[in-house]
Design a protein around this ligand. Structure first.
Ligand code: THU
Length: 137
């Protein structure tokens, strides 16, 4: 069952592992699977900037590579290093597309500034009229 605060706490913990020597913007994500497991992810930057992986995709790829296929929610926190989040960190377009590969429209995306300050969206709200596998059958 979804415990928003627990998921945000996991995202804040994940953010501590972020590798962001170029942007100095550290992001943490925590992905709740339908079986109750939580996978954490952080952004992992690269000197060839395009090779950077976002926190959300790190969490998804960790989970999918461990055979998880059904997901309930993800919490995301982001801010410049050595600062606490003051803004909500929304998932980028590529991460929304990766979410849509594995999740339905009712998948919950929680953007948080702290454990007590968060907003919940559905993936359908953040990525309407998406391109999916059905489009290429
Ligand atoms: N970033 C994420 O981790 N998730 C997003 O959805 C947006 C951006 C990271 C990538 C890069 O390391 C840093 O934030 C600045 O763009």
């Amino acid at each position: 069952m979804l415990d928003e605060k627990e998921l945000i706490y996991s995202a804040l913990e994940a953010r501590k592992s972020a590798y962001a020597p170029y942007s100095h913007f550290k992001v943490g994500a925590a992905l709740l699977c339908k079986d109750g497991l939580i996978f954490r992810g952080c952004n992992v930057e690269n000197s060839s900037y395009g090779a950077t992986n976002c926190a959300e995709r790190t969490a998804f790829f960790k989970a999918v590579s461990e055979d998880e296929r059904e997901f309930e929610a993800i919490a995301i926190v982001g801010a410049l290093e050595n600062t606490e989040p003051t803004e909500y960190a929304y998932p980028c377009g590529i991460c929304r597309q990766v979410m849509s590969e594995f999740c339905h429209d009712d998948f919950k995306v929680i953007v948080a500034r702290s454990i007590d300050d968060y907003k919940i969206y559905t993936l359908g709200e953040l990525l309407p009229a998406s391109f999916g596998g059905d489009s290429i059958k």
